[in-house]
Design a protein around this ligand. Sequence first.
Ligand SMILES: N[C@@H](CCC(=O)N[C@@H](CS)C(=O)NCC(=O)O)C(=O)O
Length: 251
Amino acid sequence: MNELLGLVFSPWTEKARWALDVRRVPYTFRHYQPLIGEPALRAKLRRLTGRVSVPVLTTDEGRVLDGSTDIARWADGRGAGPTLFPAEHEAEIARFIELSERALTAGRARALSRMLADDEALAEMAPGPVRRALGPLASRLGALGVRRTLRKYDGHTADGEAHRQTQVAVLDELRATLARKTLAGTGAKTLLDSFTFADITMSQVLVNLAPPAELELGAASRRCFSEPELGERYADLIAWRDALYRAFRTS
Ligand SMILES: N[C@@H](CCC(=O)N[C@@H](CS)C(=O)NCC(=O)O)C(=O)O
């Protein structure tokens, strides 16, 4: 069976899962534990140094696919369902992937910084049994992990306001693109002529404003992931994301 290694609360993992689900490609899901799981992930990717991250899919044929886009492309060649990467839209989809990466990277940096000031959220980062065994020390362990993730993805190299401006620029571009689209019979606008990976990848940038109810997040982590002020300002985009989920998020 295909096996997806990922983080349940991560928008990158959600991109891969959505692509696999909408193409009806079967897989089992395995939870990745940052730090503890890293040596096995390095072995799987045959990468001893440099950055390693999830999602990673190990296919039935033994191929190892690294990252949400490669996994979604692979899923697009299998199963059945909407074509996620129509050849005529390659360049536009690449642009949306790049925009999504930019906003998600900025949003992650802001969410992690908020976590560093929230002991409850830091404790939620530690796996359940570790949290229970460590008690109040769990938040210290969480803080180590969160600081490490901030550095790993260069989140510490810009300040919170710069990250916020990056998010706003992407959200404004998303809003302008959607304004040019007409509502489809599905009840959800799509960024191109039909539902594609562009919609999957761009809908995820809203996770950092208001995580969807379906996302498995502890209450404190949910608080840190949320940006109520941006959520209000871009309520139309959150409504677009929710309509997309209703129309296309089969599981
Ligand atoms: N380009 C990758 C990015 C994946 C990514 O940033 N993954 C993060 C999600 S927060 C991760 O693995 N974090 C855990 C870690 O780095 O240990 C993709 O599109 O899948």
